[in-house]
Design a protein around this ligand. Sequence first.
Ligand SMILES: C[S@@+](CC[C@H](N)C(=O)[O-])C[C@H]1O[C@@H](n2cnc3c(N)ncnc32)[C@H](O)[C@@H]1O
Length: 295
Amino acid sequence: MFKFNFNVDSEEAEVLDDKKCVDQEPESAESVECYDSEMIIVEEKHFENLDIYRATCTTAEYGDLEMSYLLAGCVGEILKDKGTDIKQAEEKHSDLIPGVYEGGAKIWECTEDLLQYMARNPESNIFQEKRILDMGCGAGLLGVYTLLKGGTVEFQDYNKDVLETITIPNVLLNLADSKEEIQSNLGRVSFYSGDWSKYAELTKDDEKFDIILTSETIYNPNNYKKLADVFKRKLKKDGQILLAAKIYYFGVGGGLRTFEEYLANDKTFDSKSVSQSASDVHREILEIRFKENVQ
Ligand SMILES: C[S@@+](CC[C@H](N)C(=O)[O-])C[C@H]1O[C@@H](n2cnc3c(N)ncnc32)[C@H](O)[C@@H]1O
């Protein structure tokens, strides 16, 4: 299987995939105006379909945790209004329309890798009372995992549609059982849409994060500066980033080695590979921290 030139053929990827995409060249990202950032407040309308979400969601276990989440295919089935950006991508049978829809409506393979990694290494991944950013969150499973482990989590995605129709439902599904309990826990979550550069600017005065998690966000080298800027502006000096990605994204040019090279030239962060996938599609997890001499 080969999709949006993101090479995908592992068994586990199949499980998490919505199988809706077809081979195609991504459109040019040049001259695309990016979306402004906006805080999305959870309100009454987000609770309307909660019973349907509960009836249609799937569950998966990671270590001692059970998480519930919507499968992208099901979202399409149950939602009448899933938003214009997701609809456009579906109509074009595309995983990506640069600057319009950036792939957040489905769950990508490296999210599974990072969930497994965190579950395998609970002693080095403590989220209790930590402030966490799920950057380019899509369905938000990384953030949901850390939320269930006691963290306070900010979910950030390019598309407001994705946050409203997939991420927020997934968070509500896991936050608590009753609506009242969910509402009383909403202080532990926040949601921001928009481009990384705009998000960093909008939230510049907020408390920084102990941990940034990000999966499959380095496919486009044009965005490396924006990504690194978010890391610089939003991570505490002793904070940690876990970044999961494929070694190479065919057709789009980005990949882990290229991103590592960018970081090395930038001289702000140290990075090391902490996990490698054994499948045909090479994937890795990087741990990234500020260099000791960076103030
Ligand atoms: C391939 S999807 C991966 C989604 C999710 N992390 C996963 O692994 O399933 C890339 C994600 O990065 C976000 N993203 C891409 N470019 C972005 C940008 N310039 N600003 C903000 N978010 C962006 C998208 O909205 C999308 O959710």
